[in-house]
Design a protein around this ligand. Structure first.
Ligand SMILES: *[C@@H]1O[C@H](CO)[C@@H](O)[C@H](O)[C@H]1NC(C)=O
Ligand SMILES: *[C@@H]1O[C@H](CO)[C@@H](O)[C@H](O)[C@H]1NC(C)=O
Ligand SMILES: *[C@@H]1O[C@H](CO)[C@@H](O)[C@H](O)[C@H]1NC(C)=O
Ligand SMILES: *[C@@H]1O[C@H](CO)[C@@H](O)[C@H](O)[C@H]1NC(C)=O
Ligand SMILES: *[C@@H]1O[C@H](CO)[C@@H](O)[C@H](O)[C@H]1NC(C)=O
Ligand SMILES: *[C@@H]1O[C@H](CO)[C@@H](O)[C@H](O)[C@H]1NC(C)=O
Ligand SMILES: *[C@@H]1O[C@H](CO)[C@@H](O)[C@H](O)[C@H]1NC(C)=O
Length: 237
C-alpha cells in the first residue's frame, strides 16, 4: 500500500531567511489512506542552527505549520529522511547532520546526493544533439536527476517501523541545488510544466536559480520530453 499524499513545501530554518513562505503543492491523494500515515516531502535551506546544532525543532515546527495550512495531519512520530545535496567542501555543515542521526538512529537518517548542476546549456546545442543527449541523460548527468526522481518516488511510497517518512531536500541556501532537485520533482510527479516549475522556484527564492542548476533542471525537462512527457516545452520562457 503506497502512502500517496505528498507535500512539497518550503521550510526556512535559519534566522537569515525566516521570512520565507510558500504555498504547499499537493501531489496525488489516496482516499483509502490513513491520513496519519502519510509521507511528506519538504524543501528548504540548511537545517543547522547558529549554534551549530541540527535545527530539528525549528524544522518540525515549520513543517507542522505548513501541513496545517493544507489541512493535513502532520504525524506525531515519523522517520526523518534528510536528503542533503551538500558537497565535500561543506563538510562542516554536513557533520552536524551526520552526528545528529548517528546519535539518534531511530529518528531518521542522513542521505547525501552530490548535486553540482550542468555546465552545458541545452539550448546551445543543435536540436539533434540536444535530444540525443537528453535521451541518454541517465548515463551522463552528474546529478542523475532521472534516477533521483525514481528514488524519491520509492522513498515516498514506503514507510518504516518508526512511522511515516518525512523527507527534507536541502542544500545551503535552498535555492539552486534544492530548486533543481525540487523543480525536477514538480515536473516528474506533479506534472508541472518546466515554465511553472521554474517560475515557482524563482518565486519562492530570494533570487533566481543559478545557471548551472537551471541547466541541469532544463536537461531533465528535455529528458521528460523524449520519454513520458512529450508535451513539455523545455525552452526558457
Ligand atoms: C490510523 O492510524 C493511527 C495511528 O497508527 C491509528 O491509531 C488509527 O486507528 C488509524 N485509523 C484508521 C481509520 O485506520
Ligand atoms: C544558542 O545557544 C544559546 C545559549 O545556549 C541560546 O540562548 C540560543 O537560543 C541558541 N540559539 C539557537 C538558534 O539555538
Ligand atoms: C482548509 O480548511 C479550511 C476550513 O475548512 C478551508 O477554508 C481552507 O480552504 C482549507 N485549505 C486548504 C488548502 O484546503
Ligand atoms: C550514453 O552515455 C554513455 C556515457 O557517457 C555512453 O557511453 C553511451 O555511448 C551513450 N549512449 C548513446 C546512445 O549515446
Ligand atoms: C509510487 O506510487 C505511485 C502511486 O501511488 C506510483 O504511480 C509509482 O509508480 C510508485 N513508484 C514507485 C517507485 O514505487
Ligand atoms: C499533464 O499535463 C499535461 C499538459 O499540461 C496534460 O496534457 C496531461 O494530461 C497531464 N497528465 C496528467 C497525468 O495529468
Ligand atoms: C528571474 O527570472 C525571471 C524569469 O526568467 C526574470 O523575468 C527576472 O528578471 C529574473 N530576476 C532576476 C533578479 O534576475
Amino acid at each position: 500500500m503506497s502512502a500517496a499524499m505528498q507535500l512539497v513545501g518550503v521550510v526556512a530554518v535559519t534566522v537569515a531567511v525566516a521570512g520565507w513562505l510558500a504555498p504547499v503543492a499537493e501531489a496525488s491523494y489516496d482516499a483509502d489512506q490513513n491520513k496519519s500515515s502519510t509521507n511528506f516531502l519538504f524543501r528548504g535551506n540548511l537545517p543547522v542552527t547558529d549554534n551549530h546544532t541540527f535545527a530539528k525543532e525549528a524544522l518540525v515546527a515549520r513543517m507542522q505549520q505548513l501541513a496545517a495550512e493544507q489541512n493535513l495531519t502532520f504525524p506525531e512520530t515519523f522517520y526523518f529522511v534528510d536528503l542533503s545535496l551538500l558537497d565535500p567542501f561543506e563538510v562542516a555543515d554536513a557533520e552536524v547532520e551526520i552526528k545528529y542521526f548517528k546519535e539518534h538512529p531511530n529518528e531518521g537518517e542522513y542521505i547525501n546526493w552530490l548535486t553540482v548542476g550542468d555546465v552545458v546549456h541545452p539550448e546551445e546545442l543543435p536540436v539533434e544533439a540536444r535530444l540525443a543527449l537528453a535521451r541518454n541523460l541517465s548515463h551522463w548527468q552528474m546529478d542523475k536527476l532521472p534516477q533521483r526522481m525514481g528514488a524519491i518516488d520509492a522513498l515516498l511510497n514506503s514507510t518504516t517501523v518508526h512511522g511515516p517518512i518525512v523527507a527534507y531536500i536541502h542544500c545551503e541556501a535552498g535555492m539552486d541545488r534544492t530548486g533543481e532537485m525540487s523543480g525536477s520533482y514538480y515536473m516528474h510527479a506533479l506534472n508541472w510544466t518546466f515554465h511553472q516549475a521554474l517560475a515557482y522556484d524563482d518565486s519562492i527564492e530570494t533570487r533566481n536559480i543559478s545557471i548551472y542548476s537551471q541547466n541541469a533542471f532544463q536537461w531533465y525537462c528535455y529528458f521528460l520530453s523524449v520519454t513520458y512527457q512529450p508535451w513539455q516545452d523545455c525552452s526558457l520562457p
